[in-house]
Design a protein around this ligand. Structure first.
Ligand SMILES: [Zn+2]
Ligand SMILES: [Zn+2]
Length: 153
């Protein structure tokens, strides 16, 4: 007996014979397993878009198991599941939007803050810093490096 062929998608050993392998690869269980494998890498938005285009599968009505599984040309998600997916996609988009808005705002703030900070610092240096209280003394370079802009919520 020769070495067996191992199908990664089906996690199954089959006889190492080209016609048997071809037959296996064309079989429904293999195509299904392969599609299920790639489904993992799709994002929710893509799954949602695809599902929306499909009419519901009869298996949903009968509550039976559809032999085509993921490769069925009809949809297996219920209206509730579609709705839930839509909510999650919307939430995700909203969060992303908020994040990027906040980032842009912070970058703008940081720029103007830095400018103000440097202007004030230059102004202070005109005085004799020795005579000023510590809070008004010019900040030295090490202080400057430690400076961290506060975060804006
Ligand atoms: Zn297979
Ligand atoms: Zn189906």
């Amino acid at each position: 007996m020769g070495r067996k062929y191992f199908c990664d998608y089906c996690e199954k050993r089959i006889q190492n014979d080209s016609s048997i392998i071809r037959k296996h690869n064309e079989g429904l269980p293999h195509i299904r397993a392969k599609a299920e494998h790639f489904e993992q890498f799709k994002d929710l938005e893509q799954i949602l878009a695809e599902s929306k285009q499909k009419p519901p599968c009869r298996s949903l009505k009968d509550n039976s198991e559809c032999m085509f599984g993921i490769i069925c040309r009809f949809r297996h998600y219920t209206t509730e599941q579609i709705w839930e997916m839509q909510q999650r996609v919307n939430d995700f988009k909203l969060i992303q939007q908020k994040k990027s808005n906040r980032l842009h705002r912070n970058l703008r703030n940081i720029n103007s803050r830095t400018e103000q900070f440097l202007l004030k610092r230059c102004a202070r240096q005109r005085y004799d810093t020795e005579k000023l209280p510590p809070s008004l003394q010019a900040i030295d370079e090490t202080e400057l490096q430690k400076f961290e802009p506060p975060t804006w919520g």
